[in-house]
Design a protein around this ligand. Structure first.
Ligand code: BG6
Length: 478
């Protein structure tokens, strides 16, 4: 197969993501021989760097992965640099010439990956020029990798999609949601469909409710400006939380093909119940914004850099979500995400119905981060003479060795893009339906009086209303 023969063009080569994630990911792929002599990468950015300077920078960024310095030196010889102004057509001609030259030198079979690690506003500018200046080849594959955010609401996402489609077909567009690169997230599929123990209880008859919780300890850090226009609903719910929900709620695909998997996820996202009124929102959706911490050491959101001092941006979101599919009738999916919460936890909890009065329900917990683990809570007889049951956990933690060997999120996603496997990239219809869901909430919020922010302390578990939301459903956050 010629798939791993390729020339990658990276827009945003001097950026933070490239140094932190992308170069180490390419190096890990090089170490495991998923890419080798037939691979070249052209880095572009505005700065006037030389190849040597660029290679030095790449070398520094992969230091923690290097076991053999000679091998690392050899790796960086595959890297080339081209200063570039994304608006200048002439520059694309230079890029094309360089890519054609490297294609010959590295026998790359006309295969191209274009990775745009720049502001989404530049996606259509770049793809327009890639097409206009003939950077797409006829004799190999052409793939585009882009990062979130994909638009800022449904309408802007449609516009962006229409622009991209002028240069790339949907199956050539690889939209990264880094949650889909996490190894344990992939495992949801196996856990659900490869275990008799799970397969037959993963439904409305056995499950009481499902909780998806993405809590973060950090605040908005240095991203105040971005966050002000996005807020948690667009930053975490529209993408990561709904992707996890889709994986938990989808039916078994007819095959393991990427198309079949994505089709089932789309079906879930298409069938999320939309809220019908502001009362419906009040009943089922909670928003919050953090105040300073109790001890005053952590600042309030409104005191963060580049944040308005009367900002109404939400940093916390919780909702009872319903999936309008017969197999999920009556099963609430509670999702929440927040900045500056008491702890960093990314986990999914499946709470089963109790089997009798005074019995604790079984629970299945998938810990995505910071630990990578599963736990099943089952009832056993308490030690002693009486027959009372007690709930105990059966746990599986990935070992350090497994975690070490597990491909890192970007490594896995770049590998899958090279393989042409789109399963773990979000399809346009997933993005579109997720936006419709979030837009519906934001539209209704806009019809409501201004929220009474801030309404939770930094380093806490969010506003009281979030606990009340679950209390109304006779449950509580795990
Ligand atoms: C990003 C968000 O997509 O995900 C950030 O923009 C957030 O605001 C991050 O902090 C969380 O990712 P993870 O992998 O640390 O849970």
């Amino acid at each position: 197969m010629n798939r791993n023969k390729l020339v990658v063009t990276l827009f945003g080569a001097s950026g933070d993501l490239a140094a932190r994630k992308l170069y180490p990911a390419f190096y890990r792929l090089y170490k495991s021989k998923q890419i080798s002599e037939n691979f070249a990468l052209i880095g572009t950015a505005r700065r006037e760097w030389s190849d040597d300077y660029f290679r030095q920078m790449v070398l520094e960024s992969i230091q923690s992965e290097v076991e053999d310095p000679k091998h690392a030196e050899e790796f960086v010889t595959h890297f080339y640099y081209q200063p570039h102004d994304v608006h200048d057509a002439e520059h694309y001609v230079k890029l094309r010439n360089l890519a054609d030259k490297l294609d010959k030198e590295y026998a790359a079979c006309g295969n191209r990956i274009f990775y745009i690690s720049l502001s989404p506003a530049l996606f259509p500018v770049i793809t327009g020029h890639l097409k206009g200046e003939n950077l797409l080849t006829d004799n190999g594959y052409n793939r585009l990798i882009i990062e979130k955010p994909f638009g800022n609401d449904y309408d802007s996402a449609c516009e962006l999609q229409a622009q991209l489609e002028k240069a790339f077909d949907e199956e050539q567009i690889y939209r990264i949601d880094h949650y889909l690169g996490k190894g344990i997230v992939h495992s949801i599929y196996n856990l659900r469909f490869d275990n008799m123990l799970m397969k037959h209880v993963w439904n409305k008859d056995a499950i009481d409710n499902i909780q998806i919780s993405l809590s973060e300890e950090v605040g908005v850090e240095d991203r105040g400006e971005y966050y002000e226009s996005f807020g948690v609903a667009k930053d975490m719910i529209q993408n990561h939380a709904l992707q996890l929900l889709a994986l938990v709620a989808m039916e078994k695909p007819s095959s393991n093909s990427p198309e079949a998997i994505r089709q089932e996820k789309i079906k879930v996202l298409e069938n999320l119940r939309h809220y019908t009124s502001t009362d419906d929102i009040l009943e089922n959706v909670v928003r919050g914004q953090y105040a300073s911490s109790e001890d005053g050491t952590l600042p309030a959101y409104r005191d963060e850099n580049n944040v308005a001092n009367d900002s109404d941006t939400s940093t916390f979101f919780a909702a009872k979500v319903e999936v309008n599919l017969p197999q999920w009738e009556g099963v609430p999916f509670y999702i929440r995400s927040g900045k500056r919460m008491a702890d960093k936890h990314t986990e999914i909890n499946i709470l089963f119905k109790p089997t009798g009065p005074n019995l604790e329900p079984n629970r299945f917990k998938i810990e995505i981060g910071p630990r990578t683990a599963y736990r099943i809570y089952i009832n056993q007889k308490q030690v002693g003479y009486d027959l009372d049951a007690e709930l105990v956990p059966l746990s599986y933690y990935y070992s350090d060795q497994q975690l070490n060997e597990m491909p890192a999120d970007y490594e896995r996603l770049i590998f899958e893009c090279i393989q042409g496997n789109v399963s773990n990239f979000t399809h346009w219809l997933e993005v579109a339906n997720a936006w419709k869901f979030v837009d519906n909430i934001i539209d209704l919020w806009e019809q409501m009086p201004e929220p009474n922010f801030p309404n939770y302390k930094a380093n806490s578990w969010g506003p009281e209303a979030s606990d009340k939301l679950l209390k109304r459903g006779n449950t509580k956050w795990v």
